[in-house]
Each structure stands twice: as structure tokens, then as C-alpha cells.
Design a protein around this ligand. Structure first.
Ligand code: ADE
Length: 233
């Protein structure tokens, strides 16, 4: 999968994309991420990319011209699914991330300041928000989306790791995990996990997942609750 990111702050992306899973996925050729500085396409003397909003109001708006030229240069034949990261977009979910992972190309436009000139929407396919809070720009959301979508690209997760078997995919939060030692500072690992009894372990994990979901995200049980309450019986 190829992901092109258009931003006014390309330096922000260096660390997160070169480390860990995303770094390895790029080395292995599963993922190709290119970060582009929108400023390079500004056709004015000072590479200005923002201006005052027509009609007044606080803050600056990202100008259409540099974005149009950048998108047309990076994705001339509109092969990419083009996404604007903005708090007014549709919420990113596991289901949507799984769908986006099937696109051969994504183009992510990071919004900034008080917004983006609305005419840019003529170029875009969709608007995505990563949560009900406002960040200072679309860069962190673009990183979150890239990370979240990459997990569903075949081969990105290591052998034995499944993008599905984690919190949310089954509608429940994850059960607690432990590793060695079995006793750490007097805190013992639950007996059942040391028992080797697969069915009991599965039952315990299911109960724990249910309890954690009830405690932290009870609204998730609205949809899946009945199924899971019954499954354990
Ligand atoms: N830009 C600022 N806040 C955002 C959010 N929550 N999601 C996507 N883009 C954003």
C-alpha cells in the first residue's frame, strides 16, 4: 500500500514512521509512505499557504492553490482514496480502517489553523476525524490513521499476530495479559493462566474482557452485550 501525506509540518512524521512496525513494514516493501511539504507548491514569493477567512472570524484558513497543485502533482490520475483529516469528519473506526486497508493508495491531507478552503473538498473523497476532541492539526490524526490502517495490510503484523483479536474487533475490550515472572513484588499471576487448561483460560479471559468492558466502555455492550453474556454460559 502507498500512502502520500500532504502537510505543512513534514518534520513531525520522521520518528513515528521510522520506528517499530511501520518502519519494518516499509523496509519489507509492504508499505510505502511519502510525506510532502505543501509549502513547496505555494506559487507566491513567501510560500504563504494560509490567509484570512472571507466573512471574518478568528484564525487563518489554508489556501486552495498550494493544496490543489500538491494533490494534482502527487496523485495526477486520482488513483488514491483522498482523505482530509479534520475534526468535522466521520469518526475513524476499526471497520473503516479495515476497508481503507484495501485501497492500493491513500492520500492524506492534514488540515491546520481554522480550517481548509472549502473548495479543496472538490478534490477530496472523504473527511475523517480520529475522535471527539480538537487537536492543533491533522498531522497526529494522519499518523494515527496510517498506523491503524497499516495493521490490516497483510504481512504488517508479525506471525501469529492478528489485527482482529484485539480490543474492539469483537466488541469487547482486551483481557489482562501477564508475562514472566509468575510472582512480581508479591503480585501473583492468576492461577488459571498457569494451569495449562485451555478451556478454563479461555473462559477466564472472556469474563475478564466482559468485566473490563462493563467498567470502562459499557456502551459497547449495548450492541454486543447479549451475545457475549450468553456465550460464556
Ligand atoms: N484535526 C484537529 N483535530 C482533529 C481530529 N480530532 N481528527 C482529525 N483531524 C483533526
Amino acid at each position: 500500500m502507498r500512502i502520500d501525506i500532504l502537510t505543512l509540518f513534514p518534520e513531525m512524521f520522521a520518528g513515528p514512521f521510522s520506528e517499530s512496525m511501520l518502519g519494518r513494514a516499509q523496509e519489507n516493501g509492504l508499505l510505502s509512505i511519502a510525506v510532502h511539504d505543501i509549502r513547496a507548491w505555494a506559487d507566491n514569493k513567501h510560500s504563504k499557504c494560509d490567509d484570512y477567512p472571507f466573512g471574518g472570524g478568528a484564525g487563518l484558513v489554508m489556501m486552495a492553490q498550494p493544496i490543489f497543485d500538491a494533490v494534482e502533482a502527487v496523485d495526477p490520475d486520482h488513483e488514491a482514496n483522498r482523505v482530509l483529516l479534520t475534526p468535522r469528519g466521520k469518526l475513524l473506526t476499526t471497520a473503516r480502517a479495515r476497508e481503507l486497508a484495501r485501497c492500493p493508495r491513500l492520500l492524506l491531507l492534514c488540515g491546520h489553523y481554522e480550517g481548509v478552503d472549502e473548495r479543496v473538498m472538490a478534490l477530496m473523497d472523504e473527511e475523517v476525524s480520529i475522535g471527539n476532541y480538537i487537536l492543533t492539526g491533522g498531522e497526529l490524526p494522519a499518523m494515527v490513521l496510517t498506523d491503524c490502517v497499516s495493521r490490516f495490510v497483510p504481512g504488517v503484523l508479525g506471525k501469529g499476530e492478528s489485527a482482529e483479536e484485539e480490543s474492539f474487533s469483537k466488541g469487547l475490550l482486551e483481557y489482562p495479559q501477564y508475562t514472566r515472572p509468575a510472582d512480581f513484588r508479591g503480585m501473583a499471576v492468576p492461577e488459571v493462566l498457569l494451569s495449562g487448561h485451555a478451556a478454563n483460560i479461555e473462559k477466564w479471559r472472556h469474563e475478564q474482557a466482559l468485566e473490563k468492558t462493563r467498567e470502562n466502555r459499557p456502551e459497547l455492550l449495548g450492541t454486543f452485550g447479549k451475545y457475549y453474556e450468553n456465550k460464556g454460559k
